[in-house]
Design a protein around this ligand. Structure first.
Ligand code: SF4
Length: 184
């Protein structure tokens, strides 16, 4: 038993995301190239979290798991910067994203439904992930990035008619969640 798409969009909006839109799970394209980028470890999260490769599963495993979802929501927080070196604009957007993600997870976890969340980055629920020494502290709140699942964010946005770029002086942070709808 899960929510309707309208309810899901409203939950994301109420959590504080600036842009919310439906995301079609059947349009997701799982790309080995994206996982290869993960392995180059430019974000320095590879092998550091339960929600990042290799612990989050192979590309094939993730594709199988995620394609069983029928509905999804894409959300964005947009940093509006006053010049390329306006780090305060980025920091402010980062705080907004963190607060909205926490609020969203609170609501989704309380519903106890079949939901798969994505963050803009790998999971930041804990100051330090327990990987690999102890089990995940909050498996029901843990979320991978889209990239960890082999998804190119730019293409996910394009395929769901959501802008990826909002023009000079902006950076969009993108995440989302997949869920299975309530049967009729
Ligand atoms: S919830 Fe904590 S322990 Fe679990 S993946 Fe996220 S950061 Fe790691």
């Amino acid at each position: 038993m899960t929510m309707s798409i309208d309810e899901a969009l409203q939950i994301a909006k109420d959590a504080g995301f600036e842009v919310v839109a439906p995301m079609d799970p059947q349009k997701l394209t799982f790309m080995q190239d994206v996982r290869d980028m993960c392995e180059k470890n430019t974000c320095r999260q590879w092998g550091k979290k339960w929600t990042c490769p290799p612990a989050c599963g192979t590309l094939e495993e993730l594709e199988q798991r995620l394609l069983r979802y029928q509905e999804g929501v894409l959300f964005q927080t947009i940093a509006h910067m006053d010049g390329a070196f306006d780090y305060s604009g980025l920091e402010e957007a980062g705080k907004t994203l963190g607060a909205a993600t926490t609020k969203l997870l609170d609501v989704l976890v309380a519903r106890d439904e079949d939901i798969w969340p994505f963050g803009n980055d790998g999971c930041f629920n804990c100051a330090e992930c327990t990987y690999p020494d102890e089990p995940c502290r909050f498996p029901e709140r843990a979320y991978p990035s889209m990239e960890a699942c082999g998804l190119m964010v730019m293409y996910v946005c394009r395929d769901n008619d959501v802008p990826y770029y909002y023009g000079e002086g902006t950076v969009a942070f993108t995440g989302g969640f997949l869920f299975n709808p309530k049967p009729e």
